[in-house]
Design a binder for this molecule. Structure first.
Ligand SMILES: *Cc1c(COP(=O)(O)O)cnc(C)c1O
Length: 380
C-alpha cells in the first residue's frame, strides 16, 4: 500500500535516542531546551516565546486558556479544520462559530470571517490548508483592526511562509504538530508560540501541573528552602514532552529543508502528470511570496466521482483521504450553519499520497491510476 503520509525516521534519529538513553535522563531536560531553541530560531522568534508540548492539541488547549477564552465568548473557526481546535474552544465553555472557506483553496477569507462575526467574537483560530498560507496576512490585519485575537493552527505549516515570515507568527499565538503523520515527527509532540512575553512565561507552568517554575534543586538552594516543597498557580494537567522525543525532533528539524525539497518535487510531478486529466483540478498556484510546506496534495473532481475514485485507488494499493470533514456538520458542536463552499469542497476533494519517501515510480503510478480511473468513471 502506498501511504498517504509517512514519517522519515532513520539512523540519525536512532543515534540521537541512543545518546539520550546513555545519559540516564530521559525526562524533560537539555534536549527539550535545545529543540525549543532550534524551533524558535526556525520560525524567527525570541527563544522564551516558545514552549514544547506532548501534542499540538495540548498546545491549542493551552493557547485558549492563556487567551482567557470562556463562557459568553465566540471563537470563529473555518469549518474545514481539525477537531481538536473546536474541542479546545468548547471545553473552555466558549462557542465555536464556523465560517465558510473557498472551494478551491479550502482556506477562509476575511469576508468569510466577517460574515459570522458578532459583538461576542473574541478570537479567530485558522489553519493553513495543505500548508498553503492562505489569506493569513489580511486575516491578521483584520483581527488587529477589530480587537480580535488571532490563534494560528500551524500544525501543518512548519515550513510555510509569506515574504519570508513564518506562518504561526502572524497572530497572537500558534501551535505546531509533530505527530506521526506530520512532516517533522517526534512520534507525538507540539510547540506553542505566544507573542506576548508575559503570557508566554505562563505556558510552561500550564504544561506542568501549574507548578511554579522556581521549584527545583538550584532555585531552592538559592532561596534556602527544601527542594521538594512547591506551590501551584493553576490547576493544570501535565502535557510536557521529554528528552527522547525532543532528540528525535532536533534531528528531524535539521532534515526539514531536505524533506520540503522532495515534497516540492513530488507536487510538481503531480501537477505535470495530472494537468491534462479532464475533470480533475490540481491545487491552485501559490500567490507570489507564499511558500508552502507541501503537507497535502489535493485534487478536486468536476463530477460526483470522488468517493468512487477513492475506492478505486484503494483497490490498487493507493491510500487516499479527505481532511478535514466540515466541523459544522458534527452534531456535538450544535451548529446549524449552511456553508456551501466548504460543503462542495468536502464532496469533491481528495488528498493524494505525499511524503518525502515516495519514489518517482510511485508518484507516477498514483498519477497514472488516477488518470485511468477518472477516464473510466467519467465515461459512464
Ligand atoms: C494534526 C493536526 C493537529 C493536531 O496535532 P496533534 O499533535 O496530533 O495534537 C491540529 N491541527 C491540524 C490542522 C492538524 O493536521
Amino acid at each position: 500500500m502506498i501511504n498517504i503520509f509517512q514519517p522519515s525516521l532513520g539512523e540519525a534519529e536512532l543515534a540521537a535516542v541512543a545518546e539520550v538513553f546513555a545519559t540516564n535522563w530521559i525526562g524533560k531536560g537539555a534536549r527539550v531546551d535545545g529543540f525549543e531553541t532550534a524551533f524558535a530560531q526556525h520560525i524567527g522568534v525570541p527563544r522564551p516565546l516558545v514552549t514544547s508540548f506532548n501534542s499540538c492539541t495540548a498546545a491549542t488547549f493551552t493557547a485558549v486558556e492563556l487567551a482567557g477564552i470562556g463562557p459568553g465568548d465566540e471563537v470563529i473557526i473555518p469549518t474545514v479544520c481539525f477537531v481538536g481546535v473546536a474541542n479546545a474552544v468548547a471545553a473552555a465553555g466558549a462557542r465555536p462559530v464556523f465560517c465558510d472557506v473557498a472551494t478551491r483553496t479550502l482556506n477562509p477569507s476575511v469576508a468569510d470571517l466577517d460574515a459570522v462575526r458578532t459583538e461576542r467574537t473574541r478570537a479567530v483560530i485558522v489553519l493553513h490548508y495543505g500548508g498553503h498560507p492562505g489569506d493569513i496576512v489580511a486575516i491578521a490585519d483584520w483581527c488587529r483592526d477589530n480587537g480580535i485575537l488571532l490563534i494560528e493552527d500551524a500544525a501543518i505549516a512548519i515550513a510555510s511562509r509569506v515574504d519570508g515570515r513564518a506562518c504561526g507568527t502572524f497572530g497572537d499565538m500558534a501551535a505546531w504538530s509533530f505527530d506521526h503523520g506530520k512532516i517533522v515527527v517526534t512520534v507525538d509532540g507540539g510547540m506553542l508560540y505566544v507573542r506576548d512575553p508575559e503570557l508566554a512565561e505562563r505556558a510552561p507552568t500550564l504544561a506542568y501541573l501549574g507548578l511554579e517554575q522556581s521549584s527545583g534543586y538550584d532555585s531552592a538552594l538559592r532561596q534556602r528552602t527544601r527542594w521538594w516543597d512547591f506551590e501551584v498557580s493553576s490547576f493544570s494537567g501535565r502535557s510536557v514532552t521529554n528528552d527522547v522525543l525532543a532528540a528525535i525532533g532536533a534531528v528531524q528539524l535539521r532534515r526539514l529543508p531536505e524533506f520540503i525539497a522532495r515534497r516540492r518535487e513530488i507536487a510538481a510531478h503531480y501537477d505535470e502528470a495530472l494537468a491534462n486529466v479532464g475533470g480533475v483540478a490540481c491545487p491552485p498556484p501559490l500567490p507570489a511570496g507564499h511558500e508552502t510546506s507541501y503537507y497535502m496534495y489535493w485534487i478536486q473532481f468536476d463530477g460526483d466521482i470522488r468517493d468512487e475514485i477513492a475506492r478505486d485507488l484503494y483497490e490498487e494499493g493507493i491510500y487516499t483521504s479527505f481532511r478535514y470533514p466540515p466541523l459544522h456538520r458534527v452534531k456535538a458542536y450544535g451548529s446549524d450553519a449552511r456553508l456551501p463552499c466548504a460543503e462542495e469542497a468536502a464532496e469533491r476533494t481528495l488528498l493524494l499520497p505525499i511524503h518525502q519517501a515516495l519514489t518517482d515510480a510511485e508518484v507516477e503510478r498514483v498519477a497514472e491510476t488516477v488518470r485511468r480511473r477518472v477516464q473510466v468513471r467519467s465515461a459512464r
